[in-house]
Design a protein around this ligand. Structure first.
Ligand code: GLN
Length: 220
């Protein structure tokens, strides 16, 4: 069961959105080391995984099995060479601190705002949220989803659970979803599409433009 709603809302400060007509890479000053014009060229997509903390390897395994070329992202310049980005599950407070420490947080926010396709699982969803509840003091997010996300909404590690979650938009069978100290989307802005809900109506997957976030792990 969920704890009562918190009374304090900590607002993160994501970068403001860039115009949607501009491709995300146009705002980057450097040229692509691997891609000449658009990164979306024929062949297998090159997908970056933010590899500062969390279940980077599990995401890599699934992405490779789907035919993607996978690269680890730790530095801003590595962002320039990918077609899309995964923000893994893990600990959002740690990923946030490391991303700022490595100087990759701001370039990442800009790339997302400019349209880089991005998928965040669990801690990754938290990092994509424009607003956060129950963040730690000073915790920031990259932003990209006009949602409010509540951290640890289901309680601690012992409250972790698995569920079969239907994601109708994508078709196919329900996803075997692991909720591990999972967050919950507690409010959504007008441009946000709800992709999946629990039986009680709790929102656990959302999409807005180039960004998708799930409260659960489909990769473990
Ligand atoms: N509770 C974690 C956080 O706040 C997320 C847990 C997860 O990614 N499985 O970042």
């Amino acid at each position: 069961s969920r704890p009562p709603p918190s009374t304090t809302t900590r607002r993160s400060s994501p970068m403001s959105r860039a115009g949607s007509a501009t491709p995300w890479w146009a705002s980057m000053s450097q040229t692509f080391p691997h891609r000449t014009a658009s990164p979306s060229v024929a062949g297998s997509p090159r997908v970056g995984i933010l590899a500062l903390q969390g279940d980077v390897r599990e995401h890599g395994r699934v992405l490779r099995s789907l035919g993607a070329e996978v690269v680890s992202i730790r530095r801003p310049d590595e962002l320039l060479a990918v077609d899309g980005l995964v923000l893994p599950g893990g600990e959002s407070t740690v990923i946030d601190k490391l991303a700022r420490g490595f100087g990759v947080a701001e370039p990442l926010s800009r790339a997302i705002a400019a349209g880089l396709p991005v998928y965040g699982t669990c801690a990754g969803l938290i990092l994509l949220a424009d607003r956060l509840e129950d963040g730690i003091e000073g915790q920031r997010t990259f932003g990209g989803l006009d949602v409010t996300v509540r951290r640890n909404a289901f309680g601690g590690q012992v409250e972790s659970f698995e569920a079969s979650v239907a994601v109708p938009t994508f078709g196919g069978p329900p996803v075997d979803a692991a909720f591990i100290r999972a967050p919950l989307v507690v409010s959504t802005g007008p441009g946000v599409e709800v992709l999946a809900e629990l039986d009680d109506g709790g929102i656990v997957a959302v999409r807005q433009g180039n960004a998708i976030g799930t409260a659960f792990h489909p990769e473990v």
